[in-house]
Design a protein around this ligand. Structure first.
Ligand SMILES: Cc1cc2nc3c(=O)[nH]c(=O)nc-3n(C[C@H](O)[C@H](O)[C@H](O)COP(=O)(O)OP(=O)(O)OC[C@H]3O[C@@H](n4cnc5c(N)ncnc54)[C@H](O)[C@@H]3O)c2cc1C
Length: 587
């Protein structure tokens, strides 16, 4: 079958904050850039980010990047790579001012400077008083950011392929990456997009869980494509559960609520966080707060007739603060929880929110993996940034508002790296003859499969299994069973049938293709979690409640092709400052 081909200097899969920040760098340098997105760019999940972007501007309380670095290392439970964390924190102020100059409408303080609010895990003086570090546009920071980036890209002539889905990575016999195969979602047409540089910015994969704050499109496609192409996934056992998803719905209530002075209550009206984190209380790091909520429910102090949620109180902030700083939160609470937070508390539960792991990269956005059969090195032509990448700046637990920072810092850095790399190798490499075989085989299977289950059925089984077997607290027997169950689900996913093909839109095909990726992510998560016999950050094992630096201060690498695990050391040495050595983590 003859397949249409298009050639670009760079192909970027994903038009969220990460993809668009990288695209801007490249288009402004005069390169020919294609950006693919399953949805209109400004509907990417970045648009839903509420609370802010971290930078030690010091507009409200004294601050500096080194304190931010310390908090991030501690927040990561010492699994973050300290060179990358230094790189990110040092650039934070610059990239935020750059966004301001791009036209991003930040809120303002009385003196005209960018408005900042406190968030969990932020401290002054290496663990001292609460810092105020998150730059915000009300509770719609991601919305403001994404629209600004989109407009700048339109100005710079970035070419968007809207409602196009990347399907598979193209690698030659050497292992070099030469582009992707992709499908126009409306027509089903498949195309080869050839590139000197291919960058994945496909965002998170929270849809592997039943209850998630993530958009429906967050199905981990970049990870699926990467895993199928023989490149490992890093630290996939680490998933952040946000303490405050709306009970029964999963929609996020930003930590900004607690940053502005809201707090959590149990059924006795007790501010229980004081017991778990006497110093930071409701602004302890997210893994700590989510475990506290889960313990309260487990010990019978949950609210409601089933004692299965907690309450987030903010009415004491007053209508003015709520309407000015948290208008979107009020709207969400009224719509999804049927309570007006000006009068009543919001019912909340911990909800799957953010993927700390992902495609292994260095802090230039280059994918680093065992290449050919040799040791780890940069994979030529392949880059990843944003939530789909593991740099790793978040380690075992991300701090709130560090992700919007991550996507901007590393989006820009990857753009700069690609510009340099293309100066050295300015030509397209020849495509392999079997360029689209893997993709065409997957599509042919979907058309011909008879007698399989529906995609929805298998997807539900996958999400239920992840939710029950790999949640806030993890148990040895549940994980072991979970590995077997998810293995079965993956086999079922490979045999789904699209029912009544003459009547379906391509959405049914898209969902089937997404399920392949969800299955890759779910397997990677469960297998990696079962093997890690310690508790660190968001990975809390009932049978191994302590962190074990002697055995486990290392990154997990999961190879999908033979479901094998390997490990690599944490980069404890920063670029210019002293290392922060692991110590007990208390808030
Ligand atoms: C509700 C919510 C609130 C949040 N609030 C904050 C906050 O206040 N501060 C903070 O720091 N972080 C926050 N986060 C986290 C942060 O928003 C995300 O981690 C970050 O925005 C991810 O950006 P990204 O560019 O990597 O991916 P996304 O913005 O998710 O974009 C992914 C892009 O990839 C495209 N894509 C995916 N698969 C394919 C495919 N196969 N083919 C083509 N295109 C594809 C999508 O269409 C989309 O354009 C929040 C997250 C959520 C869910």
């Amino acid at each position: 079958m003859a397949i249409a081909r298009r050639k670009f200097d760079a192909v970027i899969v994903g038009a969220g904050g990460a993809g668009m920040r990288a695209a801007l760098q490249l288009s402004e340098a005069g390169l020919k850039v294609a950006v693919l997105s399953k949805v209109f760019p400004t509907r990417s999940h970045t648009v839903a980010a509420q609370g802010g972007i971290a930078a030690a501007l010091g507009n409200v309380t004294e601050d500096n990047w080194h304190w931010h670095m310390y908090d991030t290392v501690k927040g990561s439970d010492y699994l973050g790579d300290q060179d990358a964390i230094e790189f990110m924190c040092r650039q934070a102020n610059e990239v935020v001012y750059e966004l301001e100059h791009f036209g991003m409408p930040f809120d303002r303080l009385e003196n005209g400077k960018i408005y900042q609010r406190p968030f969990g895990g932020q401290s002054q003086n290496f663990g001292g008083a609460q810092a105020t570090r998150s730059c915000a546009a009300a509770d719609r920071t991601g919305h403001a950011m994404l629209h600004t980036l989109y407009q700048r890209n339109v100005r710079a002539n970035t070419q968007f392929f809207i409602e196009w889905m990347g399907l598979d990575l193209i690698r030659d016999e050497q292992g070099d990456v030469l582009g992707v195969t992709a499908m126009e979602m409306e027509t089903g047409e498949v195309m080869v997009l050839e590139a000197k540089a291919t960058l994945f910015a496909t965002g998170g994969a929270g849809r592997i869980f039943q209850a998630s704050t993530n958009a429906f499109i967050n199905t981990g496609d970049g990870l699926g494509m990467t895993a199928r192409a023989g490149i490992p996934l890093e630290d996939m056992e680490f998933w952040q559960f946000h303490p405050t998803g709306v009970y029964g719905v999963g929609v996020l209530i930003s930590e900004a609520v607690r940053g502005e002075g809201g707090y959590l209550l149990n059924k006795d009206g007790e501010r229980f966080m004081q017991r778990y984190a006497p110093h930071a209380k409701d602004l302890a790091s997210r893994d700590v707060v989510s475990r506290a909520l889960t313990m309260e429910i487990k010990e019978g102090r949950g609210c409601g007739k089933d004692a299965d949620h907690l309450l987030l109180k903010l009415d004491h902030l007053g209508a003015d603060v709520i309407n000015m700083r948290l208008p979107g939160i009020r709207e969400i609470a009224i719509k999804f929880a049927q309570v007006d937070p000006i009068k009543e508390p919001i019912p909340v539960v911990p909800t799957a929110h953010y993927m700390m792991g992902g495609i292994p990269t260095n802090f230039h956005g280059q994918v680093v993996a065992p290449y050919k059969t040799g040791p780890e090195e940069v994979v030529p032509g392949f880059y990843a940034v944003g939530e789909c990448a593991c740099v790793s700046v978040h380690g075992a637990n991300r701090l709130g508002t560090n992700s919007l920072l991550d996507i901007i810092v590393f989006g820009r850095a990857a753009g700069n790296q690609i510009i340099e790399d293309l100066k050295k190798s300015p030509h397209h490499k020849p495509l392999p003859v079997d360029v689209a075989d893997r993709t065409l085989a997957r599509l042919a299977r979907l058309e011909s499969q008879k007698g399989g289950e529906s995609v929805a059925q298998v997807g539900t089984a996958l999400r239920k299994t992840m939710q029950a077997h790999c949640g806030v607290f993890r148990f040895a027997d549940m994980l072991k069973e979970g590995v077997a169950k998810i293995g079965e689900v993956a086999e079922r996913a490979a045999q789904t049938e699209i029912k009544d093909k003459s009547k379906v839109f391509n959405t049914a095909r898209i969902e089937a293709l997404e399920l392949d990726n969800l299955a890759e992510v779910a397997l990677a998560t469960m297998v990696s979690a079962e093997a890690r016999n310690e508790s660190r950050g968001a990975h809390a094992r009932d049978d191994f409640p302590e962190r074990d630096d002697e055995k486990w201060l290392k990154h997990t690498l999961y190879f999908s092709t033979d479901r094998r695990l390997d490990y690599k050391p944490v980069r404890l040495k920063p670029m210019t400052v002293e290392s922060f050595p692991p110590k007990p983590r208390v808030y």
